[in-house]
Design a protein around this ligand. Structure first.
Ligand code: GAL
Length: 978
């Protein structure tokens, strides 16, 4: 016995069963309340002081003083591998279990779904075994330790920090606990030990069955059968010649290979995830079935051919997202309903692939991906980030690398959804990877292997990764590689488009590059979740309760829209639990909020991933089926014509029969486009919905909103109708600021936004502050009156910025014409525009422009142009750390209304605008959403130019075209009141 197994990397487990792909048919669930105590270290003695805890459950999420801690790659404590710290929280879980009497004579297995990070299992006071790997199950044969018909005590000791922690250094919260279900099950001593299926799209089916006896050699005459539908598979005599000649199974570990061809098979793909039931039976010498298991089988091929990854012979785009096991109230315990809700949300927003960053997920997630249709990169639980170089070549960790990779593969090998194995994440590249990859290729030659660490220095080289899977490579880098002539395998980014805060700028540009460059095949957005933990503000502890899926269809709304959190709660990030060291809000970088509400970026993705697209060429509209395997018959559609900013008509659309990858003419009905009203711009939007219920979306669910710009604006916008028309004279105060009864703050120059996470982490926030942009000093002004027209000249920042603003009375209002000259020192500002504040009382806004959700210059492919309306309070997006938020792109005009007043603004051309209850300085001063106090006024920004969002919190910044810099900026608008 190793004395301190938690500080001994060579030991990956003792007494564990070999990992297999089967699920117990009937089991005794042991989930629920267990006796529990938290010891200060694994060496400490267990006391008589028992409390209770949930299994599964993270003790860090409630009931103990050991709270969650968030670090990215720095270790949570000092010290070198493989030694854990002396202070090492250790949870002892204990309960009685009544072992069913009718299990007498059977083999009895204790299954612990996952425990972090070292599990020591004891039954009846005797150690059954030890397990490591926080994200895979450990199973122990406890037959000799229990007596059927009697009650025994099961004790599970979970040591939080260990040698294994150094290879589980993923960017996420640290927790302690048992995070997946615990159960006891029994089998016959002579049982089906494992089944491995290989099912090809041709219908070829190969089934390898391991039969094991608990006690010595197998008796003669036993056999295995496998049936799928009406098909009975035959014995593969070539494989098991010796066995076939004699009895089918004849050694202490019998392995049988069965084969068959399923006629007319319907292949499995993410688009059409057809599954078949395969029943495998073990028969005794008399033919009686003594064991049976059912597997869901999907027939599909995956292969790398040259620079293409092919699924069923098709070069499918990988529209992926990285997913962690996460729940805001349970930490890392996720129910089947949670997992289903995650996957349903992904499907509805166009994702077709998941990378299980950075460890194997619950096998139920793979069942769901098989069922709902999502490709999976199944990743082993290896991230040695802080000591990557040392560990990847350290022989002490060699067993752990091979163990983790091989156990994952043995467990998941039958899932059609798994199309790629991943050796882990951010662990440099060394001999231990080669060993693991070697094992994997021999075990499963049917799937490509990827590992980012093996390719990062040279996109093209190295035998280990079959995929070039860089993280955060720029568009320029990936296209340059694809065009270099050196690319010899598919390029699929394992992480890109870092979704921290208000982000995912240039996603459309990535996809334009991917779709137009052979060799580029997609990627996985980082990441799905914002890992904000629900925290009670009164005592600063996590608000623990059962997990509860939320509705993935809910539109992005105000803060805490689903009631998960509300007053008195907040979404906590690193540091909020007093955790030191921590990496702040870097864990809040997902495309959904912690309650699974989609962020606006999800709508961008949905449109880019749409199953169909429209193009218009000289008035001829074509529909393109962007799917690889499916026709359009599962979709319904409706036309909407927006002429001159008003929704004029909607009419049902008939989608033609278009094969995957094909296109066809789509002619809108004459009744819709025959007589276009007015001479303003005309947009035709196709609202594409699900026609028949899908397992992941009810009929009527919107899939995409493609648009055709049928007629451009032909008029010059008549801002200056017919010169001046009298009206109340323009009034400006002694500082040259407009005085207006409906404005609490006059229109002034704005050059700054509350830094987004991208701005802040790229250093822009600090630079803007240094440049004085947040509240730029305004020098004395010069006011010139010319008839009714008042022109105000102002200098900012000692003359670095010159602003000319002129006010002219026009029908019902004021025309504002502005010119700004930014000095050469200002190469990269957040915005150039106007900001003003209304008086209180305005509560709704309608606008004509992009929407309805938040859009920015480099993230606006998913916001159709049209007339939109919303409550002002709903426009703000509650990013966890307050920042620039709620913008709407391409706005031509808007109307703010309240019970007493209406305020209308027309813009000279489509502009970026926002309407919020917060000043940019309010947002920048807060660290959490709950600190914000909404103002009664509405803060309105009209931007002549607004900087793109980019993804620079981890990855490339926006493209040069979306930067705002030195030079002259001009814009004009009218302010009208009725
Ligand atoms: C990657 C890493 C992820 C995450 C991300 C930044 O380097 O693989 O786990 O840390 O960066 O959010």
């Amino acid at each position: 016995m190793v004395e301190r197994p938690w500080a001994f990397p060579e030991l990956t487990g003792t007494g564990r069963l070999r990992m297999h792909a089967l699920r117990p048919a009937a089991a005794l669930p042991l989930d629920g309340r267990w006796r529990f105590q938290l010891l200060p270290s694994p060496e400490a003695a267990v006391t008589a002081d028992w409390e209770e805890a949930d299994v599964p459950g993270c003790w860090t999420m409630g009931g103990t003083d050991d709270l969650p801690q968030y670090t990215n790659f720095q270790m949570p404590w000092p010290g070198l591998p493989p030694n854990p710290p002396a202070a090492n929280p250790t949870g002892v879980y204990e309960r009685e279990v009544a072992v069913p009497a009718d299990w007498a004579g059977r083999r009895i297995i204790l299954h612990v779904g996952a425990a972090e990070s070292v599990l020591i299992a004891q039954v009846g006071g005797v150690t059954a075994g030890i397990g490591k790997d926080s994200h895979l199950a450990s199973e122990f044969d406890v037959t000799e330790l229990v007596r059927p018909g009697e009650t025994t005590t099961v004790r599970l000791t979970v040591v939080k920090w260990s040698d294994a922690t150094f290879i589980e250094d993923q960017d996420q919260w640290w927790h302690g606990g048992i995070t997946r279900s615990v159960l006891l099950y029994s089998t016959d001593p002579l049982h089906l030990a494992d089944v491995r299926v290989r099912a090809r799209r041709s219908g070829d089916l190969r089934v390898d069955v391991d039969v094991r006896s608990g006690h010595g050699p197998l008796p003669g005459g036993w056999r295995v059968s496998a049936t799928l539908g009406g098909l009975e598979l035959g014995l593969d005599t070539a494989y098991g010649a010796m066995l076939a000649e004699r009895d089918q199974i004849s050694t202490w570990q019998g392995r049988v290979r069965l084969r068959g061809t399923v006629p007319g098979v319907r292949p499995w793909s993410a688009e059409l995830p057809t599954l078949y039931d395969l029943v495998v039976r073990l028969h005794d010498a008399e033919g009686t079935v003594t064991d049976e298991t059912t597997l869901r089988v999907g027939f599909r091929d995956v292969e790398v051919v040259g620079r293409d990854l092919l699924v069923n012979g098709e070069r499918v785009y990988i529209r992926g997202v990285n997913r962690h096991d996460f729940h805001p109230r349970t930490g890392r315990v996720v129910s089947e309903a949670d997992m289903r809700a995650d996957l349903v949300t992904m499907k509805r927003f166009g994702f077709n692939a998941i990378r299980t960053s950075h460890y194997p997920n619950d096998p139920v997630l793979l069942d769901l991906a098989d069922e709902l249709g999502l490709y999976v990169v199944d990743e082993a639980n290896i991230e040695s980030h802080a000591y990557a170089r040392e560990i990847c070549d350290d022989p002490a960790y060699l067993p752990a690398f091979v163990d983790r990779v091989s156990r994952m593969a043995r467990r998941d090998v039958n899932h059609p959804c798994v199309i790629i194995w991943s050796l882990g994440n951010e662990s440099d590249y060394g001999a231990n990877h080669d060993a693991a990859a070697g094992w994997l290729r021999a075990f499963d030659p049917t799937r490509p292997v990827q590992y980012e660490g093996a390719i990062k220095y040279d996109f093209g080289s190295g035998p280990v990764s079959d995929i070039i899977c860089p993280m955060y490579a720029s568009i320029e880098e990936i296209t340059a590689h694809a065009r270099s002539g050196r690319q010899d395998r598919p390029l699929i980014l394992c992480e890109y488009s870092h979704a921290m805060g208000n982000s995912n700028g240039t996603l459309a540009d990535y996809w334009a590059a991917i779709e137009s460059t052979p060799g580029l095949q997609g990627g996985f957005i980082w990441e799905f979740w914002d890992h904000g933990l629900l925290q009670r503000l009164d005592d600063g502890r996590p608000a623990q309760c059962q997990s509860q899926p939320t509705d993935p269809d809910r539109p992005p709304g105000g803060p805490y829209a689903d009631g998960v959190a509300g007053p008195g709660y907040r979404w906590a990030y690193g540091g909020d639990f007093g955790d030191e060291p921590n990496d702040g809000n870097f864990c809040a970088d997902g495309v959904v909020f912690p309650d699974r509400t989609p962020k606006p970026a999800m709508y961008e993705h949905r449109e880019l991933a749409a199953p169909l697209r429209l193009t218009a060429d000289a008035g001829v509209i074509r529909v393109h089926n962007r799917q690889h395997f499916r026709d359009l018959s599962w979709l319904a559609a409706e036309w909407r014509l927006d002429a001159d900013g008003a929704a004029v008509r909607t009419l049902p659309a008939e989608l033609p029969d278009v094969p995957p990858g094909g296109s066809a003419l789509l002619t809108p009905p004459a009744a819709l486009i025959g007589h276009l009203p007015g001479d303003g711009e005309v947009w035709l939007t196709l609202r594409v919905t699900v026609r028949d219920d899908q397992p992941w979306a009810a009929a009527g669910t919107t899939m995409c909103l493609p648009q055709v710009h049928l007629r451009a604006e032909r008029r010059a916008l008549p801002l200056r109708t017919s010169g001046t028309v009298g009206g109340p004279p323009i009034e400006v105060d002694h500082d040259g600021l407009l005085v207006h009864p409906l404005l609490a703050a006059p229109p002034t120059l704005s050059l700054w936004r509350a830094p987004t996470d991208n701005d802040r982490l790229a250093g822009l926030g600090a630079r803007w502050a240094d440049q004085g942009l947040p509240e730029p000093a305004r020098d004395p002004v010069d006011v010139v009156r010319d008839g009714d027209r008042v022109t105000v000249h102002a200098r900012y920042l000692g003359g670095l910025v010159v602003h000319e603003q002129s006010f002219t009375p026009v029908t019902d209002g004021i025309l504002v014409e502005e010119t700004v000259v930014l000095g050469d020192a200002l190469t990269d500002v957040a915005r150039v525009g106007t900001v003003f504040e209304t008086i209180g009382g305005f509560d709704r806004v309608s606008w004509y422009g992009q929407g309805p959700w938040e859009t920015y210059p480099d993230r606006c492919a998913g916001g159709p142009v049209g007339s939109h309306e919303a409550a002002i309070d709903e426009l703000f997006t509650p990013y966890l750390r307050p920042q620039e938020s709620g913008g709407r792109h391409g706005v031509r005009r808007f109307t703010l209304t309240g019970p007493a007043h209406t305020l209308r603004v027309r813009l000279d051309r489509p502009r970026q605008v926002s309407f919020t209850r917060y000043r940019a300085t309010d947002l920048a001063a807060a660290s959490h959403h709950d600190e914000l106090v909404p103002r009664p006024e509405c803060v309105v920004h009209i931007d002549a130019a607004h900087r793109g969002l980019g993804t620079a919190s981890c990855g490339p910044d926006t493209l040069p075209a979306f930067l705002v810099g030195a030079g002259t900026h001009r814009w004009s608008w009218t302010l009208e009141t009725t």
